[in-house]
Design a protein around this ligand. Structure first.
Ligand SMILES: Nc1ncnc2c1ncn2[C@@H]1O[C@H](COP(=O)(O)OP(=O)(O)OP(=O)(O)O)[C@@H](O)[C@H]1O
Ligand SMILES: [Mg+2]
Length: 408
């Protein structure tokens, strides 16, 4: 058998002596799932506050929820928890994942189809071919009032309809139709709640501005996880995969992830794979550096291109230091940072940027303004760029890494 690639350790078993157990690899892949939202509450770190708030809004206030945030922050994982908690409390739950060409009709029919057929009490269309509870909707074009009437045609107390990836919907009329449906459902006191989920900085950006329904909606911006919650992903995941992430490794993952669960999942998987490949029960710093290398090599080409372009292939050391300072600097719970200007000099936290650097960051679209939040509030345009910068820095300088923590 040819030798397997791996990192030999002095005094430790050579990777060629001990075969990595395929079942351990399998266990690791079950535990660290960067490409899959979480399904079980056991694997969800934090999010109890958000779960409770959403549940209260639905159960006590009969309100609707708009859950928004950046990519990979855990929106779908959270609504998975909400859906299973709602089902176990006797709610009927229908879900639909939108795409760019979804319209109101597609989404509402998709949601109705996802409700179990056994819930259909008073169909208005007689057609056995129709899936789920679609027969509770008219054959003609669906109107907002048909949505408000839906619970009356179903056996059960309250319907929860979850539309995920709503940001992908391009048709702006769909947003207005949803606002109308929410308005009519609320006015009638219908036992139906929408949970609309998508990538966005603000509620208005995701669903449009509709003053008439503001009172009926809980807008929830999904915050980053805390450092302790990120650490918990590695501790709990390591326990379940029978592998231990050493404290210095966990510390570095926390500093690179900066509250983003996707990054913790990705690095947990890659670093754990390295340790298993060398048959070690412990994940050590060289495993994490190899994980950084892999994550950098496999990063979205757009992120790599922005980084190469703005730093001139890392030759522009001033820009590189500025980027590193921003990436490791103080941020709020949504990865946004404050930039202040004094006499033409731009400051981010305690770091001042060299002349022209800020203008270039803005002109190249590396950084974007979060105007709906505040005039001096900014974020990286590509959220993964921040982690890319930090991982490259670690590959350049080695561990440990430090960051400026959080504010707000
Ligand atoms: N609270 C959490 N604890 C542990 N892992 C989490 C948590 N939230 C999300 N994850 C993990 O983070 C990654 C992204 O999660 P998820 O798909 O839920 O995010 P999202 O906000 O819906 O992303 P997108 O905007 O791309 O749809 C997944 O690997 C998921 O398993
Ligand atoms: Mg999602």
């Amino acid at each position: 058998m040819p030798p397997r690639p791996g990192v030999a350790r002095p005094g430790g078993p050579s990777p060629t002596d001990i075969a990595p157990s395929p079942s351990q690899q399998h266990a690791l892949r079950e535990v660290f799932t960067p490409t899959r939202p979480q399904r079980s509450s056991r694997r969800v770190s934090g999010r109890q506050t958000e779960l409770l708030r959403i549940f209260r809004a639905i159960a006590l206030d009969r309100a609707h929820v708009v859950l928004y945030g950046e990519r990979g922050r855990g929106k779908t994982s959270l609504v998975n928890l909400v859906a299973s908690a709602a089902r176990s409390s006797g709610y009927m739950v229908g879900r639909y994942t939108c795409s760019f060409d979804s319209c109101f009709e597609d989404i509402v029919r998709g949601l109705a189809r996802d409700l179990p057929k056994s819930m259909l009490a008073a169909p208005i269309v007689q057609d056995d071919e129709l899936e789920g509870c679609e027969a509770a909707l008219p054959r003609a074009r669906v109107q907002p009032r048909d949505v408000a009437a839906l619970p009356g045609r179903l056996a059960g107390r309250h319907v929860v309809l979850i539309a995920d990836e709503f940001d992908r919907v391009e048709d702006s009329a769909t947003r207005t139709w949803f606002a109308d449906a929410i308005k009519q459902a609320s006015d009638r006191g219908a036992a139906i709640s929408f949970i609309i989920v998508g990538v966005s900085d603000s509620l208005e950006e995701l669903v449009g501005r509709h003053p008439s329904i503001q009172r009926n909606i809980l807008g929830l911006a999904l915050p980053l996880l805390t450092d302790t919650e990120i650490d918990e992903i590695l501790v709990q995941g390591g326990r379940d995969a029978a592998i231990e992430f050493l404290p210095e490794v966990r510390h570095a993952v926390v500093n690179v992830a900066r509250g983003v669960p996707y990054v913790a999942q990705l690095l947990g998987l890659h670093a754990g794979t390295e340790a298993i490949a060398r048959a070690s029960p412990e994940v050590e710093p060289p495993d994490l550096l190899a994980a950084f290398r892999r994550a950098v090599d496999e990063a979205d080409p757009r992120v790599a291109a922005i980084y190469q372009g703005i730093t001139g292939g890392e030759r522009d050391r001033g820009m590189l230091e500025s980027l590193r300072a921003i990436a490791a600097g103080e941020q709020d719970r949504y990865a946004r940072f404050i930039v202040s200007e004094q006499e033409g000099v731009h400051y981010i936290a305690d770091h001042w940027l060299e002349p022209g650097a800020w203008e270039r960051l803005m002109d190249t679209g590396t950084v974007r303004a979060c105007r709906s939040i505040g005039p001096d509030c900014f974020a990286f345009s590509e959220p993964m760029l921040q982690h890319y910068i930090l991982m490259r820095e670690a590959l350049d300088r080695g561990l440990p890494l430090h960051n400026g923590g959080a504010f707000g």
